[in-house]
Design a protein. Structure first.
Length: 227
């Protein structure tokens, strides 16, 4: 772990990993986060992986692992074109210099258009896992034992009894919209969502994150949309 460099930057933390295969980098990163859980929990990180190649599938697994640890990944710095392409497929930034312009609403690329919303138009099976590289919509139920993860916003038009995670790509503007919640596993931008008992098995839920705190409220179904 002594080979890992951690320093604060505007908007989060930059973690630089040594030149090792992707799976070694992953294990070193998760180990460091777990040993300093209170420091990283709920935070946003940029990751410098050097020239190591990360495929989209490998990066997706990392996003899931980081989401489990309550950490949001918003940027991947690399000299590898393969890794850059993988990061862009999840709408992750690939340079720190792009951070400030991206924070301005007028310069921020829209995360929701005809090309960045993926659809899954059926109920999941128990034990099934579905992952969206950007924003996702599930038209169906998420049963106990099933899992849905989205790098951006997520809308589930059905009953959720399994686990769902949105904003795993580090976008603090991500939202989580659920038609009916009856489970115990919601996460938005690395933050666990505590759903009051009165909202379980009740009406639609709308969950947002303001960068520091998760906000949960009942929503009107006809107004459901990904912003």
């Amino acid at each position: 772990m002594e080979d890992i460099n951690v320093r604060g930057i505007k908007g989060g933390v930059l973690i630089s990993l040594p030149e090792k295969p992707w799976y070694h980098q992953r294990d070193m990163l998760i180990s460091r986060i777990q040993t300093r859980e209170r420091f990283f929990k709920g935070g946003r990180i940029a990751l410098d992986v050097g020239s190591t190649e990360w495929s989209p599938d490998q990066l997706l697994k990392l996003l899931r692992d980081l989401s489990d640890e309550g950490v949001c990944l918003w940027a991947v710095l690399t000299t590898s074109e393969v890794t850059k392409d993988s990061a862009r497929s999840f709408e992750l930034q690939t340079s720190i210099s792009a951070q400030n312009p991206a924070e301005k609403p007028e310069n921020r690329p829209s995360n929701v258009d005809g090309h960045s919303v993926e659809w899954y138009a059926k109920s999941l099976e128990k034990g099934e896992k579905v992952a969206f590289r950007a924003n996702g919509v599930v038209i169906g139920d998420v049963p106990d034992g099933a899992e849905v993860i989205a790098a951006g916003s997520l809308l589930v038009w059905g009953t959720v009894r399994g686990e769902i995670k949105a904003g795993s790509g580090g976008d603090a503007h991500s939202q989580l919209l659920v038609l009916r919640y009856a489970g115990n596993g919601l996460s938005l931008c690395g933050q666990l969502v505590d759903v009051p008992k009165k909202m379980v098995n009740a009406g639609p839920l709308e969950i947002r994150y303001d960068g520091t705190k998760v906000h949960l409220q009942e929503a009107v179904a006809r107004k459901f949309k990904l912003l």
